[in-house]
Design a protein around this ligand. Structure first.
Ligand code: AMP
Length: 407
């Protein structure tokens, strides 16, 4: 049997069908075609998909259906960041707009008062980040004893951010008999172990490679010295058209760079975890509404940010974790559009870039990139523009080590 070609092929409540029509969702994306029928059957699912593949609706549609077809009980979605949570909440609101389902959004950095008021209304859909959800559970203001549907979104990210203990605490407040959907961009060992412990015989689904960036992203690399980064960025911004997201390493760096670009005449705003939630919301809204062109972000914004008009991603600094490279560049080329990603590499980035290459082209790296001989065996890699690498990071590293010894 082929995969469903329209949402009518799923047995969805008419209200949900209507919302999908309003949203102009006609054909399920591959991850939706796989996940929705399984979830509608009540199965647990462990899913991996590339960013921008329609993952949110893949769990949000069965979640809303679950709430519509059960008179009581609630559903919980846990996300690593407030931004991602907000996007999930938005999709759920769109899907349930005519259903009158009470929802609540429980994230840190927002007033407790508003959340407590929402909780008094006994919401049936709860979206939030693990820290704040735990706060409410411990205060007794949130009850999950009847929560029969759980979604863990971007689980790898939640574990990277140190939420494992928080998650386990939350699971203890939930009934064992529940349906759980776990999504993760990557499936390292700790995720598999968590799934074995907390999911019930999950169906494993994947769309494409779990770690490959979408095909329609044109990637390029520019090798330069640290002091050449800023002039190169200015040049790149002048040459490129459309909205740009520039990723930097530190919060302070984001503030500084945005200010400098703004002075230079490029309308820019920073976004990072030190900004108050309402300021973060405002920045994202203004960026979404194209009120400014350049968003300078730390990795907080890397995951989940879904703004269709982002045409370019600039990796001004490399991410700390290789997986974040995929998430960063996945901010462009959303929903089938095309986009470009350029990466600035300074000589000190050798090891980090190597790890990213291992992730996106594992076939070139042999056994998990553990084998040190791999470097020697590697053929010179061509740059995206067809030129060969002018220098190798390993060579530079060796030179540095030698210099150190001499010193
Ligand atoms: P996500 O991977 O959930 O962030 O979704 C990426 C983008 O695809 C979002 O802009 C969604 O609104 C859009 N999208 C998701 N599913 C569909 C669909 N079935 N048809 C059209 N657009 C979709």
């Amino acid at each position: 049997m082929g995969s469903p070609t329209t949402f009518n092929d799923f047995a969805l409540d008419e209200k949900l069908q209507k919302s999908l029509r309003v949203m102009n969702y006609k054909t399920p994306t591959p991850i939706q075609a796989q996940a929705i029928p399984l979830a509608l059957k009540g199965r647990d699912v462990m899913g991996s998909a590339q960013t921008g593949t329609g993952k949110t609706a893949a769990f949000a549609i069965p979640l809303v259906q679950h709430i519509l077809s059960n008179k009581t009980g609630s559903a919980l979605v846990l996300t690593p960041t407030r931004e991602l949570g907000k996007q999930v909440m938005d999709v759920i609101h769109q899907l349930s707009r005519t259903s009158g389902i009470q929802t609540t959004f429980l994230i840190g950095g927002e007033s407790m008062g508003k959340q407590l008021k929402q909780l008094e209304r006994k919401p049936r859909i709860i979206v939030g980040t693990p820290g704040r959800i735990n706060d409410h559970l411990e205060r007794g203001t949130l009850k999950l004893a009847d929560c029969g549907f759980l979604v863990l979104d971007e689980t790898d990210r939640m574990l990277d951010m140190g939420f494992a203990i928080q998650l386990e605490r939350i699971f203890k407040f939930m009934p064992n008999k529940r349906q759980s959907l776990m999504f993760s961009a990557t499936l390292p060992k700790n995720i598999i172990q968590m799934a074995q412990k907390y999911l019930n015989n999950p169906e494993r689904i994947a769309v494409g490679s779990t770690v490959k960036p979408a095909k329609n992203i044109k990637q390029s690399v520019i090798k330069l010295k640290d002091e050449e980064k800023y002039p190169e960025l200015v040049q790149q911004l002048e040459n490129r058209k459309g909205s740009v997201i520039v990723f930097v390493k530190t919060k302070r760096g984001a503030d500084r760079l945005a200010k400098r670009l703004d002075k230079e005449g490029f309308k820019s705003e920073p976004i990072h975890g030190d900004l108050k939630q309402n300021k973060r919301d405002r920045v994202i809204k203004n960026y979404r509404d194209s009120k400014f062109r350049i968003l300078v972000a730390t990795d907080v914004a890397a995951r989940g940010l879904d703004i269709p008009h982002i045409a370019h991603v600039v990796n001004y600094d490399l991410p700390q974790v290789p997986e974040d490279y995929i998430h960063r560049i996945g901010r462009t080329a959303r929903a089938g559009a095309s986009g470009e990603a350029v990466c600035f590499l300074s000589p000190k980035d050798g090891r980090k870039w190597h790890a990213i290459e291992c992730l996106i082209s594992p076939e070139k790296e042999g056994e998990k990139g553990q084998n040190n001989d791999q470097d020697k065996k590697r053929k010179p890699r061509k740059r995206p523009n067809g030129k060969k690498n002018r220098w190798s990071f390993t060579k530079k590293k060796k030179q540095r080590q030698k210099a150190k010894k001499v010193a």
